[in-house]
Design a protein around this ligand. Structure first.
Ligand code: F6R
Length: 259
């Protein structure tokens, strides 16, 4: 089962996950990170930027989960721009080592297979950061996505488009299509770290962690992974039936064991 860590707030979550990432990099300087966009991972990136100091991240590479199709990479809300602004620049990562699926329409037919190949050639993702949508999506794998799916083009649901409209001037500017790592791609990462904050995520978190495995709740795919850590605040944890058990387990965890 996933390890569930219930923290006081998103800042504490950011600190915890940033420490885990830095300890991974200390033991593996050429670590491959899986990056998510959206609001949820921001405290992780902020905590990392605050800690990085003299640590050499020159060999670290990273793969983003997803990108909009047809939105120019130079658009401020393309995930290419977001990853540059929120991760690459503040952490001083080497831009050539940071990959985002290519959402250009001219090459879209081969973009999924190209991305899978690039992840494979990099040796696979060591630690994948995940957020979760209010409908249970991870990456842009909307309900109904196959657990075996690989990087491919998907149509965004109206709910996700309206959730993401806050980043655009108007809801109709949110692209209709995206290219996203599949659930099968995500499950190949060696460690999954799913974060969620706020009451609006409580149902999705409970269903992903404790509900039945179902493609209708793509986040439930994490139950198939041997090493998943779910880091949530009290509000996002509020519908977990085993919350007390997760607290007990974490409080009694051997000191030497990281997340
Ligand atoms: C973004 C991504 C999405 C988000 C999810 C939650 O790369 O993969 O699955 O993690 O939509 O978004 P936020 O964090 O903005 O609530």
């Amino acid at each position: 089962m996933a390890e569930v860590v219930i923290v006081e707030n998103s800042r504490a979550a950011g600190d915890l996950v940033a420490d885990a990432i830095l300890s991974l990099i200390a033991s593996k300087p050429d670590a491959v990170l899986g990056l998510a966009t959206g609001s949820t991972p921001l405290p992780v990136y902020e905590a990392l930027a605050a800690r990085v100091g003299d640590i050499d991240l020159g060999k670290v590479s990273a793969f983003a989960l997803d990108e909009y199709v047809g939105l120019p990479a130079s658009h401020p809300e393309s995930y290419t721009s977001v990853i540059n602004r929120e991760v690459v620049e503040p952490l001083g990562l080497v831009p050539e080592r940071i990959h985002v699926p290519n959402g250009a329409t001219e090459t879209i037919r081969s973009a999924g297979a190209d991305y899978e190949r690039a992840i494979h050639e990099a040796g696979g993702v060591d630690l994948q950061i995940l957020g979760i949508g209010s409908d249970g999506h991870i990456g842009f794998n909307e309900p109904g996505s196959s657990f075996a799916s690989l990087t491919r083009v998907k149509t965004l649901t109206e709910r996700t488009r309206s959730d993401n409209a806050r980043f655009f001037d108007s809801p109709d500017q949110v692209p209709m299509h995206c290219i996203t790592q599949g659930l099968g791609t995500i499950l190949r990462a060696r460690h999954l770290v799913l974060l969620a904050f706020g009451e609006g995520k409580a149902d999705a978190v409970a269903a992903a962690v404790e509900g039945p495995l179902s493609s209708m709740l793509p986040g439930s795919a994490i139950q198939l992974h041997p090493h998943t850590t779910v880091v949530v605040d009290e509000a996002a944890a509020s519908k977990l039936r085993l919350a007390d058990y997760y607290r007990y387990t974490f409080d009694n965890k051997p000191e030497w064991q990281g997340i």
